[in-house]
Design a protein around this ligand. Sequence first.
Ligand code: SAM
Length: 281
Amino acid sequence: MSDWVRERLHRDFAQALRVERMLYDSETAHQRLKVFENPTFGRVMTLDDVVQVTEADNFIYHEMLTHVPILAHGSARRVLIVGGGDGGMAREALRHAGIERVTMVEIDAGVVEFAKDYLPGISAGAFDDPRLELVIADGAEFMRRDGAAFDVIIVDSTDPVGPGEVLFTDSFYGHAKRRLAPDGILVTQNGVPFLQGAELTNTMRAFRSLFADAACYLATVPTYAGGPMAFGWGTDGPARETPLDVLRGRFEAAGIATDYYTPEVHQAAFALPGYVQKLLP
Ligand code: SAM
């Protein structure tokens, strides 16, 4: 298995990706970072041997964590991304002309630097956009501070092990709510419910106690293996009820070409199979 990277994330299930060419393998200040080439997925970045992003399938994850809350909100101007070091989330958020500022709080400057050098296609110029403000800090610590309110907060974290663990706590979610503008929306990456059910249950329990509208939605990302992954959704506003024709109008007006997101997929993503519903408190 020397030319494969085996992901060590779950106790009973693992996936492996063939390494055609290792481009980088070293420790950053916070985690072990690898970038390698795989013929099917293009360049792949792993942190502590857990797949974070691939050139081929990142569009699904990034489109669904940006366009769903931004288009449901309808007039978002300020976006906060927590994590997101590869720049893919900033790329998609900045495609909306109405977004005036994207603040990205990433704990690991090493991830940003390597993404710029080794994965330029993922950020696609986002790091050079004057609307992007990059803050190198722990997202949990940033959230505790007072400061500007955000229309959309996107938690693009690693899994709840290592530095990402604090981004799954009740205290973090409470502070995130405090940093939302009225009718603002918080969305989170919540892992693959088939394998990481407790992660979703815990987040949803916290969201139910914080938000008038607490929900989750799904998308299937091939390299986040084990079935569809879940995204948490929390808001006190009515954005989830936005009618399909309104979403279609906003999407058309935004003039964004997507490969996964459509207004129909947006609405359907909130339909949950029984086994996921049973995980909700
Ligand atoms: N899409 C990936 C997934 O679901 O596996 C995660 C994307 S990756 C961009 C997540 C980023 O979160 C990494 O760059 C990591 O350094 C960052 N991160 C982890 N813990 C953090 C924290 N406490 N504050 C801010 N960023 C953090």
